[in-house]
Design a binder for this molecule. Structure first.
Ligand SMILES: Cc1ncc(COP(=O)(O)O)c(C=O)c1O
Length: 483
């Protein structure tokens, strides 16, 4: 009945509306639902789910709020700013305010430590990096074409790059044995596999710094990526949305810094995606951009950007904020300091209970190694552990499988979207859970050490007792020992 109803409803809609390639049927999004249904609150719902699956940067919201208070003219819905209201409320063209693009270009230069320059005329606006990634996929690839993408990768790339464009993603398998580095070997392997499957590869997409790893790509890896895509004559898209979240050495290296000195690189192949969602902690403002070195992509992207412009009111406010050099310099420095301190406390506390994380220096999360807590080293084992963590420990962390991590047991845990008290509550729950898990692992071990001799005894008695009695004894033994 329900199936038939579903099928009837689906036939009313387009294939796009009813297909599943948005990738939202994953524990990554299920975890958010679990949180939405029962959100933690220290007073009204202290047993609720703590959200550790959202890469949000709330650590410097106070600095932004202070700036907004000090600059009431920048918000046009204020007494001080209302004289600009009419102009801003009317249509603007899709190039974006020139002052906004200048301010973004200047800010991006700052984020690269002044080592790369950005031309404001190459900036194309979009609704966050989500819109920017889709826009670049639409510009570079046809339905059925593919991008290579190193694993583990941000789960919503499946939605952003694939769903409406019809583009495919081919994983470049990276492994924990070398800290998930992107090697030339892995790139070639993925490329060859796509060729064998008759899939046309149009480019490579990377997130640098990485979500979920929180690591940055070194100069050598970036240079090798640039030579790989040039040899194959395919595109390189670098999502640098976490550029200013790098909180300790080594420094972030933008792809723009690499290609500016590389005379062999065909710049038409290089594109950067950026947004203010993570670095400034403003995901609600939906300020994203594509920065392309390819003139045709810039002009086509502009036309497409009509579907996802940044509101002029937001452009106006952001222009004023990013043009305030003193504020920006102080913000970037302070944000790095607060992220470093949060990351340090968090990872040290995890280490106290024997949980290690991949060594990282960027991002709003850790890549936590829970392999020792798996009952069995498989994706099923990982999902079972995730269910326990979400349902019993009441923490929404995201399992590696949702990031397409081939090795089970890795989890992403976000640490910058909560206040200190909530983090301490989360850490307390983790401590309790790990100590309980250790105890039950110990008792499982001792139960199974008892089980063997008992099984042997039943088997030795085998010839003396009827088969059904032996099966009954085995079943009772399994029930008593939960095995
Ligand atoms: C790597 C990466 N790209 C893009 C996005 C989407 O960002 P935005 O909120 O600007 O759309 C995210 C958000 O988590 C991300 O981690």
């Amino acid at each position: 009945m329900a199936l038939a109803r579903d099928a009837r409803r689906h036939s009313l809609l387009s294939k796009l509306a009813t297909n599943d390639s948005h990738g939202e049927n994953s524990p990554y999004f299920d975890g958010w639902k679990a949180y939405d249904n029962n959100p933690y609150h220290p007073i009204t719902n202290p047993e609720g789910v703590i959200q550790m699956g959202l890469a949000e940067n709330q650590l410097c919201s106070d600095l932004i709020e202070d700036w907004v208070k000090r600059n009431p003219k920048a918000s046009i819905c204020t007494v001080e700013g209302v004289s600009e209201f009419k102009d801003i409320a009317l249509y603007q063209d899709y190039h974006g305010l020139p002052a906004f693009r200048n301010a973004m270009a200047k800010y991006m230069r700052k984020v690269t430590g002044g080592r790369a320059r950005f031309d404001p005329d190459r900036i194309v606006m979009s609704g966050g990096a989500t819109g920017a990634n889709e826009l670049i996929a639409f510009c570079l690839a046809d339905p059925g074409d593919a991008f290579l993408i190193p694993t583990p990768y941000y789960p919503a790339f499946d939605r952003d790059l694939r769903w409406r464009t019809g583009v495919q993603l081919v994983p470049v398998v990276c492994e924990s044995s070398n800290d998930f580095k992107i090697t030339r070997f892995a790139l070639e392997e993925a490329y060859d596999k796509a060729q064998e499957d008759n899939i046309k590869v149009k480019g490579v997409i990377i997130a640098n710094p990485s979500n979920p790893l929180g690591t940055i790509l070194d100069r050598e890896t970036l240079t090798s990526l640039v030579s790989f895509i040039n040899e194959k004559n395919i595109h390189l898209v670098c999502d640098e949305i976490y550029a200013a979240t790098v909180f300790k050495q080594p420094d972030f290296i933008s792809i723009s810094e690499i290609v500016k000195d590389d005379t062999n690189c065909n710049l038409d192949l290089i594109h950067v995606v950026y947004s203010l969602s993570k670095d400034l902690g403003l995901p609600g403002f939906r300020v994203g951009i594509v920065y392309s070195y390819n003139d045709n992509v810039v002009s086509c992207g502009r036309r497409m950007s009509s579907f996802g412009l940044v509101s002029t009111q937001t452009q106006y406010l952001i222009t004023a904020m990013l043009s305030d050099d003193e504020f920006v310099d102080n913000f970037v420095e302070e944000s790095g300091r607060r992220l470093a301190s949060r990351h340090k406390v968090f990872t040290q506390e995890l280490a106290q209970v024997g949980i290690s994380c991949l060594n990282s220096n960027a991002g709003l999360f850790c890549w936590m190694d829970l392999r020792p807590l798996l009952d069995n080293a498989s994706h099923e084992g990982e999902t079972a552990l995730w269910r326990t963590i979400i349902n019993e420990v009441k923490l929404n962390v995201s399992p590696g499988s949702s990031f397409h991590c081939p090795e089970p047991g890795w989890f992403r845990v976000c640490f910058a979207n909560m206040d200190e008290n909530t983090m301490n509550e989360a850490l307390q729950r983790i401590r309790t859970f790990v100590s309980k898990s250790k105890k039950s692992a110990k008792s499982r071990r001792s139960r199974s050490s008892l089980r063997l001799p008992m099984c042997h005894l039943i088997r030795m008695l085998g010839p003396l007792i009827p088969l059904f009695v032996m099966r009954l004894l085995e079943a009772i033994l399994a029930m008593v020992m939960h095995i």
